[in-house]
Design a protein around this ligand. Structure first.
Ligand code: HDE
Length: 729
């Protein structure tokens, strides 16, 4: 199957584009359309004779108001922008499918979770939260991970994030949280960043944010790729089976490529060099046929075990450690088609945690309950009315029938006299209400009176799981977390806010708080002075485990280097035979090599072969790659060593702990790092091969070097690498 065939096979008929065969008028006009499709027309179909000149009174005269062609074009253009999402404005999306591994009928009646032979179409939108639509991809932020399943029972939306907990416990605080993190209202700065006073003022006064802050300051908040992130439903939901029995359920998405982050310095540089870094990475992977894949995991808790955990399942600042309830992988999702039109699909898609199917239901999580109101409300204002469900990307694959009428931009042409129920005037059958047990049934949970505006005392603990997260990180991850807190709080201008925040952190871990405070020009942390006061560490709350390895990203992935990007640094005079012998096994392993040189076009090797150059030192940089290869060749090495850009390229890759391979004379590029030709003395993740260049025509030696390099790339980053702080890059 060719790539385009594959993409076509994944397409479902889309209402509105005629592919569902429902447009009688279009059929009548087919002959005309075939011709007209190649001509430029107005929205009414009038052919436009000249798309360069407006209608004027004489060639040098004024433009005439009469020019309805010009007016239509400009008017439509004037209204092209719609309000961006109030949060999650910056997003990238893809189509794909989901398939369940085996029937989940024991737990849920959801039809898309019954039959392994069925592929359910999905549309997935990833996003950052705080930044505007045009902001950079690699900012430190939570990532949205929203999945729309087009099931035969209606659309099911799993609107999650890449972090399993949230900042706040009750929807009532959401506008405050977002106002605090968004650019400050008086000067609209900073864009897409939490590193400013209002965010940390709010966070430091709301100890319930602490657990989420630990995640947001970890490398989870600067993913290497959208394809390398976990996803989480965050709230506790319910599975309900056909007998009406309920299990609480937490949803997980586990990426096949593992969970990997960028270095913070790298993330900041990418934001300037390629603001579309994540969008491009997702798009290119799908175009190249490297379809990203996740497994859907569930943690299921029987109804009668609701109170068995020492924390409240309804509290969205808590996760269920995988060591306490294992994640069962129940299916997989593959993204295999890029959108055809960014606006019509990625921008207009409307997710809603209340888009449910029978067999899945809510819990009483007060954050989730508030979301149920918010999403319809926001779509009405963003998408211009109540009919956004009729937009092709939002429309289900199953028909819908109801007596809703009219509204802005109505597409459905409802027929007949009757728009109410019960009625005796219409046929009525197709609009019947089944009653009884058919259709969506809410789980008949007993509710607890009285009506109160209060937080449950079972939500009082804000530190046990924050501590669990910190304790579960590798040494390098802990260092990154400390550095992130230091960076963010150093941008806070009011010292009292910095102080309050580190005082809070002292409830998580004394040493963490001290290390953060050290560089902030404030007093040593004092837990007793914290926002929630000393008593807010509540000893009623304990966990049976001190560490949860599943919370660390270290060692994640299946060891493959598929889709990893390798820069090959070249100049005239490289040893092309040795390069070819090393490059081939790297590409066979699935990595993508790009040749970076001083100019586009070709360079000439020592043996007078031409080598195509993909990118230049001026238009790319090491931060766009996962690894760097410096091939052999006396003349090319000399040129590269004299090029500040080339030397910087390698130094920066070293500083960001990436895999580096230098062969023969190419090793000279590592001289400023103190790395010489002795392979045994090379730092972690650096592969050097001093073998005389000519011997590298010997493919066995070359394959061995390539294998070492591939193994180094597969480790993602060598965070423990020595002396990176001293590298001037
Ligand atoms: Fe959202 N959120 N949210 N949110 N959210 C929106 O809906 C809201 C929350 C999430 O790619 C908005 O259509 C409230 C948690 C994603 O289109 C808005 C509360 C989680 C997306 C909204 C939350 C999310 C949104 C803005 C607290 C993870 C992007 C535009 C009660 C489980 C979906 C829109 C996309 C988008 C409200 C908290 C995930 C305003 C009130 C927790 C992935 O309706």
């Amino acid at each position: 199957m060719t790539q385009s065939n594959k993409a076509a096979a994944g397409r479902r008929p889309r209402p509105g584009d005629g592919s569902d065969g429902s447009h009688a008028k279009e059929a009548q006009l087919a002959a005309f359309t075939a011709d007209a499709e190649t001509r430029l027309t107005t929205n009414q179909g009038l052919q436009i004779p000249d798309n360069h000149n407006s209608l004027k009174a004489g060639v040098r005269g004024p433009t005439l108001l009469e020019d309805f062609v010009l007016r239509e074009k400009i008017t439509h253009f004037d209204h092209e922008r719609i309000p961006e999402r109030v949060v999650h404005a910056r997003g990238s999306a893809a189509h794909g499918f989901f398939e369940v591994y085996k029937s989940m009928s024991q737990f849920t009646s959801a039809e898309f979770l019954q039959d392994p032979a069925v592929k359910t179409p999905v549309f997935v939108r990833f996003s950052t939260v705080a930044g505007s639509r045009g902001s950079a991809d690699t900012v430190r932020d939570v990532r949205g991970f929203a999945v729309k399943f087009y099931t035969p029972q209606g659309n099911y939306d799993l609107v999650g994030n890449n972090i399993p907990v949230f900042f706040i416990q009750d929807a009532m605080k959401f506008p405050d949280l977002i106002h605090a993190v968004k650019p400050e209202p008086h000067n609209e700065m900073p864009q897409a960043a939490s590193a400013h006073d209002t965010f940390w003022d709010f966070a430091s006064l709301m100890p319930e944010t602490t657990h989420m802050l630990m995640w947001a300051m970890s490398d989870r908040a600067i993913p290497r790729s959208l394809r390398m992130m976990e996803g989480f439903g965050v709230h506790t939901f319910r599975f309900v089976n056909s007998r009406g029995e309920s299990h609480f359920v937490k949803f997980h998405w586990k990426p096949k490529l593992g969970v990997h982050g960028l270095a913070w310095d790298e993330a900041q540089k990418i934001a300037g060099k390629d603001a579309d870094f994540h969008r491009r990475d997702l798009w290119e992977a799908i175009e190249n046929g490297d379809f990203p894949e996740w497994e859907l995991g569930v943690q299921m808790i029987p109804q009668d075990k609701e109170h068995a955990f020492g924390f409240d399942l309804l509290d969205p600042t808590k996760l269920i450690p995988e060591e306490m309830v294992p994640v069962q992988r129940i299916g997989r999702m593959v993204l295999n088609r890029n959108p055809d039109n960014f606006f019509a699909e990625t921008e207009q898609v409307a997710f809603h945690p209340g888009h449910l199917v029978p067999g899945i239901d809510f819990s009483n999580d007060p954050l989730l309950q508030g979301r149920l109101f918010s999403y319809t409300d926001t779509q009405i204002s963003r998408l211009g009315g109540a009919n956004f469900h009729e937009l092709p990307i939002n429309k289900g694959v199953c028909p819908f029938h109801n007596f809703q009428r009219d509204g802005m931009h109505r597409q459905t042409i409802a027929r007949g006299q009757v728009a109410y129920e019960p009625n005796s005037l219409g046929d009525g059958k197709e609009f019947r209400v089944d009653g009884g047990h058919a259709g969506f049934q809410s789980f008949p949970e007993e509710t607890e009176p009285p009506k109160v505006r209060r937080r449950s005392p079972s939500f009082d603990d804000h530190f046990t799981q924050a501590r669990l997260f910190f304790n579960s990180q590798s040494a390098a991850e802990k260092e990154h977390l400390i550095a992130a807190f230091r960076f963010e709080l150093s941008k806070v201008e009011v010292p009292a806010v910095r102080q309050r925040m580190v005082d809070n952190l002292a409830h998580v871990d004394e040493k963490l708080a001290r290390r953060v405070a050290e560089v902030l020009g404030i007093q040593a942390p004092d837990a007793k002075a914290a926002a929630g006061r000393a008593g807010f560490r509540d000893h009623r709350f304990t966990l049976p485990i001190d560490e949860s390895p599943a919370l660390s990203m270290a060692g994640s992935g299946d060891g493959s280097v598929k889709t990893r990007k390798v820069a090959i640094l070249v100049a005239d005079g490289i040893d092309s035979a040795s390069l070819k012998a090393i490059r081939e096994p790297i590409e066979q392993a699935g990595a993508r090599c790009l040749v970076v040189g001083p100019r586009l076009g070709t360079i000439v090797s020592a043996s007078k072969r031409q080598l195509e150059v993909d990118a230049t030192f001026a238009n790319t940089s090491s931060v766009m790659f996962d690894a760097v290869l410096v091939p052999a060749g006396a003349q090319s090495a000399k040129t590269l060593v004299e090029s500040g850009d080339a030397v910087h390229f390698v130094l920066e890759a070293y500083k960001h702990c990436k895999a580096i391979c230098a062969v023969g004379e190419g090793v000279q590029l590592l001289a400023t790092l103190g790395v010489g030709p002795d392979p045994k003395a090379a730092p972690a993740g650096v592969v050097v091969a001093s073998t005389p260049v000519t011997n590298l025509g010997d493919t066995t030696a070359a394959v061995r070097i390539a294998q070492d390099f591939v193994a180094a790339i597969a480790q993602h980053r060598h965070w423990g690498r020595a002396h990176v702080d001293g590298v001037p890059a």
